[in-house]
Structure formats: C-alpha cells, structure tokens
Design a protein around this ligand. Structure first.
Ligand SMILES: Nc1nc2c(ncn2[C@@H]2O[C@H](COP(=O)(O)OP(=O)(O)OP(=O)(O)O)[C@@H](O)[C@H]2O)c(=O)[nH]1
Ligand SMILES: [Mg+2]
Length: 303
C-alpha cells in the first residue's frame, strides 16, 4: 500500500516506546533504529534525525503520570514536528484569476529531469484548469527529444486546448515566448510551459532552463519529481532550486509509492510547498496536496 514503509517506521517507534518509561539512553537506541527505518522509507537522513531528536526532547520533557497515554504524547509530538516541516501551498487558481482580471496571462514553467512525469502533469493541470473555467495554452518547449512536441500535442487535442510548438532543434525559450504572445493576443489566462529533462553530461540543461525563465518571466516555477526516486528527488530539488529557483513542487507517481518519504524529504530539505501529487496516468489523477492528510496517513491516523 502507498506509504506503507514510512507508516511502518512510525508505528514501530510508537509501539516500542509506548508502554515503558525509557531512560534517555534506551530511548536513543530505539530512536537510532527508527532513524534507519525512516531512511529506508526514503526520508533524508538529516530530516529523519531532526524528527527523532524532537521526539526524544518531547519525551524527556514530560512527566509520565498514571493514566497518561504515552502513545498519544508521541503521536502528537510527531504530528506537531512533521507538520512544521511543510509550507502551505499557494492557491494557483485565485492567482491565475487575479492576473487574468488585469488581462495578463499567468505563466507557469515546469522543470524536472527526464521521465519524472512533467508532460503528463502539465496535461493534468490543463485539464483541471479547464474544469475550473480557465482555458490554458500549452508551450511545447522541449524542442530536443524526438516525439516530445507530438506527445504534448496529443494531450492538447484530447483536452481541446491550444498548443504552441517549435521546430526540433529550435530555441525552446522562443517557443515559450510565442505561447505567451499567443495568450496575450487572445486573452488566454494561463500558459503552461513544458521543458526538456535530458541530463547528458555534454548538455547544459540548467543553462537552457535559465534562458526560458529569463525570457518567459514565469509567475510560478514548478519542479516535478518522481516519488519513487527518494534521495535523487531531494538532490534534484536542491539543484534546480540553486540553479533556476523553484517556487513549488509537484510529486508524481505517488500511487506507486510504497515507501512514502520522498514528499516529506523534498518539503523539509527545500522548504518549498508541495502543490499537487500525481496519483496515476489519467487526467483526473491529480490531487491538491493536503498536508494534514499526508501526515495523518504516515502516522497511521487514517488509512
Ligand atoms: N503511475 C503513474 N505514472 C505516471 C504519473 N505521472 C506520469 N506517469 C508516467 O510516467 C511516464 C513518464 O511521464 P512523462 O510525463 O512523459 O515524463 P516527462 O518528465 O515529461 O519525461 P521527458 O519528457 O522524457 O523528460 C509516463 O509513462 C507517464 O504515464 C503518475 O502520477 N502515476
Ligand atoms: Mg516530457
């Protein structure tokens, strides 16, 4: 099941400390094991240690009296700590509407390395916008990978929205620029820019992304990561944030994520909000990220 490993790590922790009053040394030993469990569930080491030490602190501060449920104390301490690691996601629908009322398109650029789910995610966002009365235009600014433009075009046709393409090998920034001009001329409220994800040693992906950002001046820069890649996702988030800046993150493929720690790690390490999660390959499989629901799920407070 989704997030099972991380949920297992927390329920181990709760089980092992709930009945006894442990000395700090005993507690430390239990917690060290749990840190390893968390790391196996894709929680970044420093994030796992941070969570563990706040639980130790909480437990050593309380006086356990008869009738006090230690389990409840630990769960509350964990919940309080983990909730703090998340930033509240922005409300993009109202941002789009507000900019649109000034007759300016809201521009979103999507980054991420190859195969994480960028193009699929853009199609899902376009579908969601359309269902909310906002017709976006797509910019196929991956002018490198064979088939990339057609892939986006197929989605655009299915959703019945416009797409702006360029010639293969042409400048991706100019495709983004053309899409924004297209939107301006037709009062289209949102521009969604798809970008390339290749990571060849001889290719300056970050340089290309910087140029797209410079030309398109996006209102929002979204990084897409794959939930199944754990620490790699964290590293990608760090790198993209350093090189081009990231405003928010979408985690794709959460439907297949049995570990569960990628979301927590990316949020905690980057301090960026998680905007949506991808839950499958269909257009409907996109869910606004609900911090409380995620935390309750990994703590076993809901299924
Ligand atoms: N199960 C699942 N699969 C997904 C999800 N999002 C994307 N995929 C699949 O992941 C694969 C790659 O998705 P793309 O959208 O093409 O990824 P990309 O980042 O655009 O890839 P490049 O253009 O090559 O950089 C496809 O088979 C998608 O159907 C998701 O939320 N869940
Ligand atoms: Mg793509």
């Amino acid at each position: 099941m989704v997030f099972d490993l991380l949920r297992g790590a927390f329920s181990n922790l709760i089980e092992r400390v709930k009945y006894r009053t442990l000395s700090e040394r005993e507690l430390r030993a239990v917690i060290d094991n749990i840190v390893l469990d968390m790391v196996s569930a894709d929680v970044a080491l420093d994030v796992a240690e941070d969570i563990a030490s706040s639980v130790i602190k909480e437990l050593s501060n309380i006086k356990i009296e008869r009738g006090t449920s230690i389990e409840k104390v630990i769960v509350n301490a964990l919940k309080y700590k983990i909730l703090q690691l998340f930033e509240k996601p922005p409300d993009i629908l109202s941002s789009i509407r507000s900019k649109c009322s000034r007759r300016e398109p809201y521009v979103i650029v999507f980054f991420g390395i190859n195969g994480v789910g960028k193009t699929t995610t853009i199609a899902k966002i376009a579908y969601m916008l359309k269902n909310n009365g906002i017709t976006p235009v797509l910019a196929a600014a991956d002018t490198f990978r064979a088939g990339a433009q057609e892939q986006l075009e197929v989605h655009a046709h299915r959703i019945n929205i416009p797409v702006i393409k360029g010639k293969y090998g042409s400048d991706p920034a100019s495709v983004a620029h053309d899409a924004i001009e297209y939107a301006r001329a037709r009062n289209i409220c949102a521009v969604l820019i798809d970008t390339a994800g290749r990571m060849h040693v001889d290719y300056d992906l970050m340089g290309e992304m910087r140029k797209i950002v410079k030309v398109s001046k996006p209102d929002l820069k979204i990084l897409v990561v794959d939930a199944l890649t754990g620490n790699d996702a964290v590293e990608q988030a760090r790198k993209f944030n350093e090189e081009v800046g990231v405003d928010a993150v979408i985690v794709a493929k959460v439907d297949a994520d049995v570990k569960g720690g990628t979301i927590l790690s990316v949020a905690a390490v980057t301090g960026k909000p998680i905007l949506y999660i991808g839950l499958g390959q269909k257009y409907e499989d996109l869910e606004p990220f609900n911090i409380e629901k995620y935390v309750d799920t990994i703590l076993g407070l809901r299924s």
